[in-house]
Design a protein around this ligand. Structure first.
Ligand SMILES: *Cc1c(COP(=O)(O)O)cnc(C)c1O
Length: 479
């Protein structure tokens, strides 16, 4: 039992009395990315010296005695684990590792990228907020923002070009809580000047939320460019093997909660004019307070600059219940160990494929910001020195028949709606991943009926080119 106590009582492992992955604070020093992707967030002696992160297959945790149980349930027992829907040591290692790789102060892992994205947006926008968003989004994210969010009472203001200062400035209003964008868009790999977006949003005290799924923290670290919150589908390149669905949210710890640290509910009603941008972080919350001792706390009172991430865990992870499983978290951690070597190889393959397609007579357009003729190439050179990622889109001459013949003829590429796998994947976004968009919306983000998306893996590049030749052959006959 003694050793088990050490595990469950470990404050560094579990955060501020409420289980939570720690980033920078746990991996101090200047270790490089490759070292941190293998070690950050994990301390073997606290896990019976296991070299591989253990899979904690447990729903609950021994609370030991009534007094400790009561403190733990109130979030007052440092490091205590209560129940795996709120925190489990396996996903907590993943949280610590991702927070470290992104340069955040803490992270929360979810069971999917969509859970991470929807929970983040709601955590910032609930209690009467609106959001500003681009339309150039992953299909599921667009469906959530465009169709579900308004039905839940959160307004959406779209911008066509989020890094156009005037457009963004005009879209931000008094109720705007966040600006949402993808660092590299899916499938056309458009890139945003995040430094500019952050400068404009922060002038108004508005959070910037970036979906960094495509580049991963190896190719791009949004926090270094002003992002407040970074969201991931870990299903993609972070896992890299296509064997587990997952998501994560990393908090930079720089959110502007407003000047008013603690406005009590009653005070607010008498003050009338006081309206902090994020009332949900500044008002009294029963289950983090100790009312028996006259202590009434808000998330900002209780957790300071971790208010966002703790509320995300205590309200959204705990109450909507999209917690990551320990098995999936283990697979994700294993994939993450080789992120940099996988991406270096896959980015090099992607450039080879992009150049081949760009020179092909039956291709009308290649969308890949890594190509010198891309309109985003200058920005890519500035902000993505290691490459923009392993996804690209290209558009074929002809109609849907050509696209279908092309896809059906490939043998090395798997026809599959995922990205970031070590195996190369092919898909027709208009009829699969971007079905949530109508034809006009698809065209606006560069998706035509004959657009094909590739996610490039680790195969020999000449075999990938030969496979694409097979596709052209089937679609157009002898070239
Ligand atoms: C896949 C994906 C998501 C959704 O993630 P899931 O893990 O499938 O829920 C969100 N954003 C981007 C950019 C994605 O590629």
């Amino acid at each position: 039992m003694g050793n088990i106590n050490e595990i469950t009582d470990n404050p560094a492992l579990a955060g501020d009395g409420v289980a939570g992955g720690e980033g920078r604070e746990e991996s101090e020093g200047d270790e490089g990315f490759a070292t941190r992707q293998l070690h950050a967030g994990y301390d073997a002696p606290r896990h019976l010296d296991s070299s591989s992160v253990p899979i904690y297959a447990t729903a609950g945790y021994d609370l030991h005695n009534a007094a400790r149980g009561s403190r733990a349930a109130n979030g007052l027992e440092p490091g205590a684990h209560l129940y795996s829907r709120v925190g489990n040591p396996t996903p907590e290692v993943l949280e610590g590792r991702l927070a470290s790789l992104d340069g955040g102060i803490a992270a929360v892992a979810f069971s999917s990228g969509m859970a991470a994205i929807s929970s983040t947006i709601l955590n910032l926008a609930d209690h009467g907020g609106r959001i500003v968003s681009t339309r150039d989004l992953y299909g599921g994210t667009f469906d959530f923002i465009n169709n579900l969010l308004p039905a839940l009472g959160v307004g959406v203001d779209y911008v066509d070009t989020v890094d156009d200062e005037q457009q963004l400035e005009a879209a931000i209003g008094p109720d705007t809580r966040l600006v949402f964008l993808e660092s590299v868009s899916n499938p056309t790999t458009r890139i945003t000047d995040l430094d500019l977006v952050a400068r404009v949003a922060h002038r108004h005290g508005v959070a910037v939320v970036v979906d960094n799924t495509l580049p991963t923290p190896y190719l791009f670290r949004p926090i270094e460019h002003g992002a407040d919150i970074v969201v991931y589908s870990t299903t993609k390149a972070i896992n890299g093997h296509g064997n587990a669905v997952g998501g994560a949210v990393v908090d930079a710890g720089k959110l502007d909660y407003g000047p008013d640290n603690h406005v009590d509910d009653e005070e607010r009603s008498t003050q009338g004019s006081v309206k902090p941008r994020y009332p949900q972080f500044n008002s009294f919350v029963h289950n983090i307070s100790d009312e028996a001792h006259g202590q009434r706390r808000s998330f900002v009172d209780a957790y300071g600059r971790k208010a966002f991430i703790q509320r995300l865990r205590l309200k959204y992870l705990r109450l909507l219940g999209a917690e990551p499983g320990p098995f999936e978290s283990y697979l994700t951690l294993q994939g993450l160990e080789t992120l940099d070597v996988r991406l270096d190889r896959a980015v090099s393959n992607t450039l080879t494929v992009a150049r081949f397609l760009d020179a092909h007579p039956h291709v009308t357009r290649v969308d890949y910001a890594g190509l010198p003729n891309s309109p985003d190439h200058a920005l890519a050179e500035r902000d993505y020195p290691r490459g923009v990622g392993t996804v690209l889109a290209f558009t074929l001459e002809g109609g849907v028949e050509q696209a279908n013949a092309f896809i059906d003829a490939t043998q090395v590429f798997t026809y599959l709606t995922n990205i970031g796998d070590s195996k190369s994947l092919i898909v027709d976004p208009a009829r699969t991943t971007h079905r949530e968009f109508n034809a006009d919306q698809q065209r606006a983000i560069g998706v035509e009926p004959t657009t094909i998306r590739l996610s490039i893996g680790l195969e020999d590049s000449r075999d990938l080119i030969a496979d694409l030749e097979r596709g052209f052959q089937a679609a157009y006959g002898q070239a």
